[in-house]
Design a protein around this ligand. Structure first.
Ligand SMILES: *[C@@H]1O[C@H](CO)[C@@H](O)[C@H](O)[C@H]1NC(C)=O
Ligand SMILES: *[C@@H]1O[C@H](CO)[C@@H](O)[C@H](O)[C@H]1NC(C)=O
Ligand SMILES: *[C@@H]1O[C@H](CO)[C@@H](O)[C@H](O)[C@H]1NC(C)=O
Ligand SMILES: *[C@@H]1O[C@H](CO)[C@@H](O)[C@H](O)[C@H]1NC(C)=O
Ligand SMILES: *[C@@H]1O[C@H](CO)[C@@H](O)[C@H](O)[C@H]1NC(C)=O
Length: 416
């Protein structure tokens, strides 16, 4: 595709730059038109006459106005158009119903109010970042076509999720990196949240989380609460669609999966918490899990291995940065491909049975004694750097797993 931008641009530059009083700048290239330092009240809208028809993105940088009615831009917004308002002191934005804007991004502004007129059937993507919004705009309910809403790095504190329940097309909601301390979600009946599949609350201030209200969302696949201050997770998760649950980087000292029915859950992130034990009822509730991240917790009980070995489909397990003292397995890791046990206090290592191609990282532990027969030759890579003895091998390099492995004593620990 090629568009006659250059000729348009050259003419415009000639036309606009001689007026040195006009402080705004105007540039179109690659289907993106950028208008900088525009003061609509003084400069008027005549410059919009110069936006080429083939434009797909309109960027407004350093826009000099407190309030922007996107309707003002209507004649330059093509079907499937994107409007980006960036680095501007804009405080309020209004999107009229008739607007053809499909993607609206408002980033790095003083936005504290945004209004969507009723019956908007065009806006599919709404993105607000680095704003001063304190609450979810009540008029989001008017965005009948919206598929993704992101309000991130703003000042949201208490969020009533019920307002999103009536949006028939909404698939993704991202409220990450706000100041959310409370979430209100009351069960709203079988028609609510019909397509919502991903919910992100990363980087907020949640302290407790109730899971059961999320059970009403019939399409929910990803629920992300990472990097909050969560000390307690309550309620039973009953979802036939949930695939990923992220509770990483919180303050959990215990988690219970008792009574959960989550047949599709394959990825559970519990890293960077204070867990001393594995989640209660884990074996019954999530026997088919494939990825389990327990990195950086306080696990010390060697009894965890028998429980973990019952998870027959586990492919990736991360228990690095815990306080485990042994890793002696009597059964085979049937599906495991990636087992990270580094940065523990493991003295005893025994993996006699393993699936072909297993990678084991037991770096930065306290292994002093090692018998090659204790490790299955099916193990492709054994990484043992930072132990008193290092007999590790990289079968993919040697081409012959373990056979040529040589042990060497380390003089000094290189692990912190
Ligand atoms: C939006 O797009 C439709 C279809 O191209 C067009 O008929 C209508 O005039 C546009 N509306 C505005 C406000 O530009
Ligand atoms: C779990 O949920 C499924 C539907 O998703 C249902 O068929 C099944 O009976 C439930 N199992 C239990 C033990 O409740
Ligand atoms: C685990 O997977 C098996 C086989 O696909 C299935 O029959 C079983 O219901 C699953 N169990 C749970 C608790 O999801
Ligand atoms: C386990 O977590 C550590 C720390 O984030 C990371 O470096 C490592 O790659 C992870 N291991 C696996 C197998 O994902
Ligand atoms: C090695 O892998 C094969 C096939 O996956 C398996 O049958 C065998 O028991 C494994 N042997 C050991 C020692 O792990």
């Amino acid at each position: 595709m090629s568009f006659p931008f250059c000729s348009v641009l050259c003419r415009l530059v000639l036309l606009l730059t001689p007026c040195s009083i006009a402080a705004f700048q105007f540039k179109c290239a690659d289907m993106i038109c950028t208008i900088s330092k525009w003061t609509p009240s003084e400069d008027g809208t005549f410059l919009l006459d110069h936006v080429p028809d083939e434009n797909f993105v309109l960027r407004l940088l350093h826009l000099k106005t407190d309030s922007l009615n996107v309707g003002m831009l209507s004649k330059v917004i093509p079907v499937m158009g994107t409007v980006n308002v960036e680095n501007s002191p804009v405080k309020s934005v209004t999107l009229p119903a008739s607007s053809n804007v499909t993607f609206l991004w408002v980033r790095r502004t003083h936005l504290s109010e945004i209004t969507f007129e009723k019956d908007n059937v065009q806006l599919e993507n709404l993105g607000i970042a680095k704003s001063r919004l304190k609450s979810v705009p009540a008029t989001v309910v008017h965005l009948e076509a919206v598929k993704a809403i992101r309000i991130v790095e703003s000042h949201l504190s208490t969020v009533n999720l019920n307002v999103f329940g009536t949006l028939r097309r909404l698939e993704q909601l991202d409220l990450s990196r706000n100041k959310i301390g409370f979430l209100h979600l009351t069960v709203t009946g079988p028609d609510a949240f019909p397509r919502l599949n991903s919910l992100f609350f990363t980087g907020n201030r949640l302290v407790t989380v109730s899971l059961h209200p999320f059970n009403v969302m019939p399409a929910l696949e990803t629920l992300d609460f990472a990097t909050n201050r969560i000390v307690r997770v309550q309620g039973r998760l009953l979802s036939a669609t949930m695939a990923t649950l992220n509770l990483g980087q919180n303050r959990l000292s215990a988690v219970s999966c008792c009574g959960w029915n989550v047949s599709a859950l394959s990825n559970l992130q519990l890293n960077n918490n204070n867990l001393e034990e594995l989640p209660v009822c884990m074996e019954e509730a999530i026997p088919n899990i494939t990825t389990l991240n327990l990195m950086s917790n306080a696990l010390s009980n060697s009894g965890i291995w028998d429980r973990l070995l019952t998870l027959r489909r586990l492919i990736v397990l991360n228990v690095s940065y815990n306080r485990l003292t042994s890793a002696v397995f009597c059964a085979e890791w049937v599906a495991m491909q990636n087992l990270d046990m580094s940065h523990n206090r493991i003295r005893h290592l025994r993996v006699p049975l393993a699936r072909q191609g297993l990678d084991i990282d037991v770096g930065c532990n306290l292994v002093e004694e090692f018998d090659l027969d204790d490790i299955s030759r099916n193990v492709s890579t054994l990484y043992m750097h930072g132990n008193p003895i290092d007999c590790g091998w990289n079968g993919r390099e040697l081409g012959n797993r373990g056979e040529n492995a040589q042990c060497k004593r380390a003089n000094e620990a290189t692990c912190s």
